[in-house]
Write a protein that binds this ligand. Structure first.
Ligand code: FES
Ligand SMILES: [Fe+2]
Length: 366
């Protein structure tokens, strides 16, 4: 089993896909069953009855006398309320406190977010938000849930790596003008941002199709990574000479391409993607834009799945490191440090319960 950050909000499903039917998803190697209760809130349980381990997703939603929704197992009828507590065992009284594990959820930006870690730490105010998503001067268009056959950190590598765009996405998001432009990055409060500007060059194919640029443009790419599983790519163009690199983006075409990654297991990631742009468009244009993204992300999928296959075939291949790898390597360290903190917290909590002292990491001599 791979290791995962658990005390974080992960996207688990599009809100549009969770309704009054039972919906299964797999995340951090656990199967969960989701449904929307009669109040409209999303309930998420471990998809396994504590009796004989039957997936609860084979059961059904029942409305109890109280009016509350509950989930009934389809094997012997054990029934669980929204908190996971067992409220009915047919033919007998309830003994002990049988329950099914239940996960906090919250909805934002068209997605259901789930907290797979310590429930007491789940704070809905920490769910990721992009303010422009809600701004009437911008428009948001939901994309797909793209299944990619790789570990989610390999996709995160790709999303901290603007340099690949010039080679992988030549018909949509990239152009040869960017091939030799260096990439820079810096840490942020939630992760890191990797960026580069390609100044005074032809517009990329996507902006040639949908923008009104008659001459060369100044183009930016800011890859905002929020650890561990969110990447928002701010990219856009303005006519060369209008001062965009100096901060004047009053007349530009700007898009946030959002990637909300669900780490399914070490071989699978779901990329929930959408875009938010600083102009309105018809449904037809929106669909055409989404189709361009669909083409581009399918190109990433090919690359990432081929890498994953090679990584599995060749253990410890000792990769050559390039300057462009600095940001992905920092990203990996950041995720590892989050997992280390959780492990330490877990050890301290266990030791408090058993009365033992947690060994602290040794300090290096001053
Ligand atoms: S397996 Fe669920 S009630 Fe028996
Ligand atoms: Fe890409």
């Amino acid at each position: 089993m791979a290791a995962y950050v658990l005390n974080t909000w992960y996207p688990v499903a599009w809100s549009r896909d969770v309704g009054r039917q039972l919906t299964c998803r797999r995340i951090v190697e656990k199967d969960v069953v989701l449904y929307r209760n009669s109040c409209g809130q999303v309930v998420a349980h471990l998809d396994m009855c504590p009796h004989r381990m039957l997936p609860l997703s084979l059961g059904r939603i029942r409305q109890m006398h109280s009016g509350e929704d509950a989930l009934e197992c389809s094997y012997h009828g054990m029934t669980f309320d929204g908190s996971g507590a067992c409220i009915r065992i047919p033919g007998q009284r309830i003994v002990g406190s049988p329950a099914v594990q239940t996960f906090p959820t919250h909805e934002n930006m068209g997605l259901v977010w789930i907290w797979m870690g310590e429930p007491a730490l789940a704070d809905p105010a920490q769910v990721f938000d992009l303010p422009q998503y809600h701004d009437e001067n911008w428009s948001a268009v939901e994309g797909d849930a793209l299944k990619i056959g790789c570990f989610y950190l390999n996709l995160a590598d790709n999303l901290c790596d603007p340099a690949h765009v010039s080679f992988v996405h030549t018909s949509t998001l990239g152009s040869p003008a960017g091939e030799d432009v260096p990439v820079q990055f810096e840490p942020t409060s939630t992760g890191l941002v990797t960026w580069r500007w390609i100044v005074d060059a032809p517009a990329i194919p996507l902006f040639q199709k949908f923008g009104n640029f008659s001459g060369n443009v100044d183009r930016w790419h800011y890859y905002h990574y929020h650890a561990p599983s969110i990447a928002v790519i701010d990219f856009g163009s303005a006519a060369t000479g209008t001062g965009a690199p100096e901060g004047n983006r009053s007349d530009c075409m700007q898009i946030y391409a959002c990637h909300f990654m669900t780490p399914v297991d070490e071989n699978t990631t779901i990329d929930h993607w959408l875009h938010v742009k600083n102009f309105q468009a018809t449904d037809q244009i929106n669909q055409q834009l989404s189709e361009q993204f669909r083409i581009a992300f399918a190109e990433d999928k090919v690359i990432l799945e081929a890498i994953h296959a090679n990584e599995r075939r060749h253990q410890n291949p000792r990769p050559v490191r390039l300057a462009i790898d600095a940001a992905p390597m920092r990203m990996r360290k950041l995720v590892q440090s989050m997992m280390d903190s959780e492990a330490l917290m877990q050890a301290e909590s266990t030791n408090q319960q058993t009365g033992q002292r947690t060994p602290q990491p040794e300090l290096a001599p001053a």
